[in-house]
Ligand binder design. Structure first.
Ligand code: SF4
Length: 252
């Protein structure tokens, strides 16, 4: 599929999401948030669900958590224009509560179709709800900052998945900010591994098998972030991945 065809299909999925009434979350939404980015990317970021600002604007990660995501991308010399960003559920849960299992299940086909169109090499999960789709049974406190083969049922069976905390978690617990920035430094290396796997340079791993887990020093001077009362909390813990400057590379 060519990039123009991918984009047209993503737009069509976005139109279906905007009119979707498959679960109760459509009742309280201002706008559905299908996701945005380039159809030509190798990397998809998947968060939990829209918050207050996302619901108003119909765009993913546009509040303070979105600003932090932009800073995380910039820390590895990437930008949101080079990736695709979406969520597990496309409509805002009331009061930014956690999405219910039946809501996640109802919305799953939308994400599956997006992933089938994009066929990413790497899926970066932001938060435990996203991680649970690509790494069932994993605990974010143990696997954040590491990558592994995505679960075959995730919609991205040929991708690696890299687990990170949700940026909103750092707005509630400042100590997670350093962890997020440290973990982000491992994402380009994960993309390199994903490319090698696709090129046949490595034997495929079993789903959810950890390919690499390395301890990590702290990333330098992450930007300050003001807590956002609208942002949802997430579980917390601390660790990270080794920052390897030579692993940094462009997306294309
Ligand atoms: S959250 Fe997903 S399944 Fe539920 S109404 Fe919105 S788009 Fe449809």
């Amino acid at each position: 599929m060519r990039d123009a065809e991918r984009q047209a299909t993503l737009d069509a999925i976005g139109a279906e999401v905007a009119a979707c009434t498959r679960c109760r979350l459509h009742e309280g939404r201002t706008r559905a948030v299908p996701g945005e980015g380039t159809a030509a990317t190798e990397v998809v970021f998947v968060g939990e669900g829209p918050g207050f600002n996302e619901d108003r604007q119909g765009r993913p990660f546009v509040g303070q958590a979105g600003s932090l995501l932009d800073e995380l991308l910039a820390s590895v010399l990437w930008s949101r224009d080079e990736v695709f960003i979406t969520n597990v559920v496309k409509c805002r849960p009331p009061g930014n509560r956690d999405p219910e299992p039946d809501e996640i299940a109802a919305c799953a086909p939308h994400l599956t179709r997006q992933l089938e169109v994009l066929d990413p090499a790497l899926v970066v999960t932001l938060g435990r709800f996203s991680m649970a789709r690509f790494s069932p049974g994993a605990r974010i406190g143990q696997v954040h900052g590491t990558f592994r083969a995505a679960d075959a049922a995730s919609g991205a069976p040929n991708a690696l998945t890299f687990a990170m905390y949700h940026p909103a978690a750092a707005l509630h617990q400042g100590s997670l900010k350093q962890t997020l920035f440290a973990d982000m430094q491992g994402v380009p290396r994960a993309l390199t591994e994903a490319r090698a796997l696709r090129a046949g340079d490595r034997a495929p791993e079993e789903p959810s098998a950890t390919i690499v887990t390395v301890p990590s020093p702290v990333a330098a001077d992450p930007p300050a972030v003001t807590p956002d009362p609208e942002a949802a909390p997430d579980t917390t813990a601390d660790a990270g991945v080794e920052f390897n400057p030579t692993a940094q590379l462009g997306l294309f």
